[in-house]
Design a binder for this molecule. Structure first.
Ligand SMILES: Nc1ncnc2c1ncn2[C@@H]1O[C@H](COP(=O)(O)OP(=O)(O)OP(=O)(O)O)[C@@H](O)[C@H]1O
Ligand SMILES: [Mg+2]
Length: 493
């Protein structure tokens, strides 16, 4: 039995083909992973399946229903988690759950969900005050209420830490019945490898469907196979780095965090965070969701006032002289913070202008960025309408448009496809070689290996600082993921 049958489906947006004569069957009671490059049609396909979008051509049947004409009936049987899940930010965690339970007419039985999501302690916190990953987990908990027959999850694990990602997977497997069908889009190929079926999309077409294990036995192999299917990856020289103009400065430690602390009521979001980063160093801030990484970033670039302590950027104190300190910084926020109503090019123009690039220089720099990042096709599109991975790319471009000597990147690769992730890191590594200092967070443990040093953060505290190999040696771990888990567990004791 199939939960979904699709025949010759086509969907165009303003002359661009998003779904191209696609036929697909999704098996009942199985977890199907949906993978593919950014903009390959994953979100569009999911929206067509649940009747949020209507096809131009073709037929779709979902649980024996027509999503176009039987949408209400279908809605009762599915659980859908969109990329931007609509939590009520002014309601608390528990109030959000109650509200969704009422909407779905199901019992208020939240214990298991709160347990699984590690949100039990935070049930009275406003959803708006949760960290990025905590929000993702609450969203999933809301969707799981009412035991849907068909669960559609659009990148549920974006921004979710490695420990919680396992929990999330366990949560889905344990909380659904054996008959439930799951369609799960993801950029994490280790995740996709563990599913029953993998569907790879490319330019609106299915280019592979089958058991992930048949494509490759191990996750590494699987990643390479998927990259090949998506057209392959060639390492090229980073033109961003080639064109970088180094700043003269004799400051040895370009970024210094000095006893940074942030207190909300009686809760320490960050307590006692100190580190020194050398010029040209890539420094990774790792840690589980809610550890205090973004809070540290925000304090270090002067967006949030520390309760105590300070940071120095190129020797300039951020609390005393925020303007001068910030002039040296490029900051990419975790949450998309560009102007959604402006086009790609308008955003680039805007950021170039506020960073003091004008006239001919502005035109030259923006054209160069459009060329290097491949924005030509999308330059006139509103940035709010872009696929997640494209948004991230645009945010990165805006953060480095003014050639800053220091980059603060808060989860730059979350929601970015596997090939673009490699391109991002080519830029980051090449910029560091040119003397740019990089402070970066990531939940991809393969990326953690690219850092010169790492500070592992947990519950507002640095629990370990060192090179990736030093951290692994410390707990005799074979991989960074294993080191992460062990170090966090150890600090719990
Ligand atoms: N305004 C606020 N009021 C109360 N608590 C807050 C507020 N802002 C943040 N917090 C809490 O501070 C803690 C740290 O959040 P932060 O966003 O820094 O985590 P993070 O390490 O970046 O996590 P993630 O990996 O999920 O992005 C969380 O428990 C969060 O809920
Ligand atoms: Mg964060």
């Amino acid at each position: 039995m199939d939960t979904v049958t699709i025949e010759h489906l086509t969907k165009n947006f303003r002359g661009m083909t998003a779904i191209d004569d696609l036929s697909l069957k999704i098996e009942k009671g199985k977890i199907t992973g949906l993978i593919g490059s950014d903009g390959s049609g994953k979100t569009t396909l999911i929206r067509l399946i649940i009747g949020l979008l209507l096809p131009d051509h073709g037929k779709i049947s979902v649980l024996g229903l027509n999503p176009e004409t039987q949408k209400d009936e279908l809605n009762k049987k599915i659980g859908y988690m969109p990329q931007k899940f609509g939590l009520y930010e002014d309601l608390t965690v528990i109030e959000n759950l109650r509200l969704y339970a009422d909407l779905k007419n199901v019992a208020h039985d939240f214990e298991k969900l709160l347990e699984f999501t590690n949100l039990k302690k935070f049930q009275t916190r406003l959803a708006g005050a949760l960290s990025g990953g905590m929000k993702q987990k609450l969203g999933l908990a809301c969707v799981l209420l009412g035991s849907p027959e068909f669960l559609l999850l659009d990148e549920p694990s974006v921004g979710v830490d490695p420990i919680s990602r396992r929990d999330l997977m366990r949560m889905v497997r344990d909380l659904i019945s054996p008959e439930t069908t799951v369609l799960w889009s993801t950029a994490y190929l280790d995740e996709a490898h563990s599913f029953d079926t993998a569907v790879v999309l490319n330019q609106g077409k299915v280019i592979y469907q089958g058991k992930p294990y048949d494509l490759a036995k191990t996750t590494e192999e699987f990643e390479n196979k998927v990259i090949d299917l998506m057209g392959g990856y060639r390492k090229t020289k980073s033109r961003i780095a080639e064109n970088y103009i180094p700043k003269n400065s004799d400051v040895e430690y370009t970024v210094v965090a000095d006893n940074l602390e942030k207190l909300y009521g009686s809760f320490y979001a960050v307590k006692n965070n100190s580190f020194k980063i050398k010029k040209g160093e890539i420094f990774g801030l790792l840690g589980p969701n809610g550890a205090g990484k973004s809070t540290s970033f925000k304090m270090m670039c002067g967006l949030l006032k520390p309760t105590s302590g300070t940071a120095r950027i190129m020797g300039v104190d951020i609390t005393e002289d925020p303007e001068n300190a910030r002039a040296n910084l490029g900051y990419m926020a975790q949450k998309f913070s560009l102007y959604e109503a402006l086009t790609v090019k308008q955003n680039l123009d805007f950021f170039a202008e506020i960073y003091g690039i004008h006239d001919e220089n502005l035109k030259k720099r923006v054209d160069e960025i459009i060329d290097i990042f491949g924005f030509f096709q999308t330059r006139k599109q509103k940035s709010g309408e872009l696929p997640l991975g494209f948004k991230q790319k645009l945010s990165l471009a805006c953060a480095l448009i003014h050639n800053p000597p220091i980059l603060f990147l808060d989860e730059p690769t979350s929601g970015v496809d596997v090939i673009t992730r490699r391109e991002f890191w080519d830029h980051i590594k090449s910029l560091a070689q040119k003397g740019v200092t990089v402070l970066v967070t990531t939940h991809f443990m393969d990326e953690a290996e690219y850092c010169d040093r790492i500070s592992l953060f947990y519950k507002g505290d640095a629990v370990a600082i060192g090179t990736p190999s030093a951290l692994k040696n410390k707990v005799r771990a074979k991989s960074m993921e294993e080191a992460f888990m062990k170090l966090i567990l150890e600090s719990e004791k």
